[in-house]
Ligand binder design. Structure first.
Ligand SMILES: NC(=O)c1ccc[n+]([C@@H]2O[C@H](COP(=O)([O-])OP(=O)(O)OC[C@H]3O[C@@H](n4cnc5c(N)ncnc54)[C@H](OP(=O)(O)O)[C@@H]3O)[C@@H](O)[C@H]2O)c1
Length: 288
């Protein structure tokens, strides 16, 4: 059995859709979530999976051979690491053979949230019993759409300077995760860097939104300090402030622009990745 965790999240839900729609049907697939009652994909048995309740994981992982461990949300490092530790220890005890883990791309090493991902990768490598595959996901196009969203006047003020992000469509990452988890033996011991081929900046986002919506969108980059203050004032939790500000700064200063050529993403998809700007334009509701 293949168990996918976090299926009510943006990534996990897309993975589950793909697995349920594969040619052989959803047979052999299990869905895991903290809120099983919200899972609506037909033909897939659902189990309650909450890494904050390690005592429940033995039952949740019974009979599972492959675990697609979707990294568990946001939090302070100690919280996220405790979740991932609980998941991996329970997988080892339950006799899971292979864990596929959704991590963060290597170029994101200096981001605040990289530490918990790297801890989890190391823990998997050190496992005496598990085979593993690490999917180092780049930052989503959907995330860039959020970071570079226009205000009510159609102005993008994110402090992204002329930096660019090798943004990836979340759907592409889901497609890769579903493929790899369906045939894990072929990918054992592999670390895949899944970043976009084409880097896009806030000026590109403004132009794409202008084209798509017919409303003029302008990019007038603000200062990082202003953005940090706005994030803090928005009711964000304290750990989220450096998380978001650091992401903006990393894009602005060119750390996440990608290699600019086809890599693991295109190879695993077997096609050209979806253009990030297409994803961003399709996702906008022009509600600014
Ligand atoms: N590459 C990027 O740009 C990017 C952006 C945002 C996040 N991420 C990371 O990638 C992961 C998946 O992205 P996403 O878009 O699906 O994020 P999301 O929509 O925010 O979903 C969060 C995920 O975390 C799971 N989760 C949270 N707490 C959990 C717990 N205690 N036990 C088990 N599962 C738990 C949720 O599962 P249920 O609700 O189904 O239980 C859900 O799948 C995120 O959790 C985050 O680590 C990456």
């Amino acid at each position: 059995m293949l168990l996918v965790t976090g299926v009510n999240g943006g990534l996990g839900s897309l993975v589950l859709e793909r697995l349920a729609g594969r040619p052989g049907g959803p047979e052999g697939v299990l869905a895991g979530s903290r809120t099983p009652e919200r899972v609506t994909v037909a033909g897939v048995p659902v189990r309650k999976v909450d890494f904050d309740r390690p005592e429940t994981l033995a039952e949740a992982f019974t009979g599972v051979r492959t675990l697609l461990l979707v990294s568990a949300g946001y939090g302070e490092d100690d919280v996220v690491i405790a979740r991932h530790r609980a998941a991996i220890e329970a997988a080892e005890r339950a006799g899971v053979e292979h864990v596929v883990y959704t991590s963060l791309s290597g170029d994101g090493d200096h981001l605040a949230y990289a530490l918990a991902h790297r801890w989890t990768e190391r823990r998997l490598r050190e496992s005496a019993t598990l085979r593993w595959t690490i999917l180092r996901n780049g930052l989503y196009a959907e995330l860039l759409a959020f970071l570079a969203r226009p205000d009510a006047d159609g102005v993008i003020t994110a402090p992204l300077a002329d930096g660019r992000l090798a943004a990836v469509a979340r759907e592409d990452l889901a497609e890769v995760a579903a493929k790899v988890a369906s045939a894990p033996a072929e990918h054992a011991g592999r670390v895949y860097e899944l970043v976009g081929e084409e880097a896009v900046g806030a000026a590109d986002v403004a132009a794409a939104l202008t084209r798509t919506t017919g409303r003029p969108v302008e990019y007038r980059p603000g200062a990082l300090a202003q953005a940090r203050a706005a994030i803090a004032a928005s009711g964000a939790e304290s750990f989220q402030v450096p998380m978001v500000a650091g992401t903006l700064s990393s894009i602005a200063h060119g750390f996440l622009a990608g290699p600019g050529k086809p890599g693991d993403l295109a190879a695993l998809l077997g096609r050209t990745p979806r253009p990030a700007l297409e994803v961003i334009a399709a996702g906008t509701d022009a509600a600014w």
